[in-house]
Design a protein around this ligand. Sequence first.
Ligand code: GRG
Length: 308
Amino acid sequence: MATADAANVLEQAVEFDLATYLAERQALVEEALDRSLPVVYPEKIYDAMRYSLLAGGKRLRPILCLATCELVGGTIEMAMPTACALEMIHTMSLIHDDLPAMDNDDYRRGKLTNHKVFGEDTAILAGDGLLAYAFEHVATETKHVLPERILRVVAILGRAVGAAGLVGGQVVDLDCEGKKDVSLETLNFIHNHKTAALLEASVTSGAILAGISEINLKRLSRYAQNIGLAFQIVDDILDITATQEELGKTAGKDLQAQKATYPSFWGLDESRQQAQTLIQKAKAELTEFGEAAQPLVAIADFIANRTH
Ligand code: GRG
């Protein structure tokens, strides 16, 4: 695509009504999540799973999955089970992250954390239940998609969750606690795995369900890796600059725990700059997709400018 055309796509994205787009998608995702997990016996575990799954949140991962499926010509219906599975996996990681053995937090999404309400034993099991159910849900509920694409998505989700993804990032993060000599390389490893891996799986899975080409899949992967790291830089900034009310969780935790963060390396201004650079790089990967990529362009900007 010529440079002028690329600039045009970015300009049109300014006019794109992201707030309405996000609100509509959030409503669809909320409804699908609610329907995905009815309460049956033993009610206690379903109540605990639903407590965190339906506690709000931006629903960014499912929205990205729906957006890339549509970008490649697929439908919302094709991607919704995977979109819900991504939110189940994300939610389980938050439940486990908040446990006393991990980050030990009392608040999440503006509510008491799962273990504070249901106890540690049930919170661990609620996370496990959501994780297993995510895979079941993709396998049993995905309709009008070739089985080999569904299988590929299952493999992508598994990799994003395990030691090559969230678990690997979390383990290095825990190892680094209290250390003063954490390198930028290690910090990048942690967040490429803890945060960017699931965002990348969100972006690629939707596109795979709709049958994307390998070359365009690589473009979307690079888009996702860039927004993933930018997302975490902004998360670190917000931990310093936002209030508990805005975040829905305890603010200032990184400073309190003397954790290595991007602002601790670069300061706030340079961190903002680095996030902007990553967002520009992410958006540059979308030029080939033309106007259809407007939602992804706008979501990248939203990530850089978010306040919670
Ligand atoms: C996945 C098997 C398995 C275990 C979990 C605890 C753990 C291993 C990993 C930690 C993952 C984690 C909590 C990463 C932080 C990611 C992050 C920036 C979360 C905040 O995401 P938002 O802002 O939250 O999208 P909302 O509430 O809006 O969904």
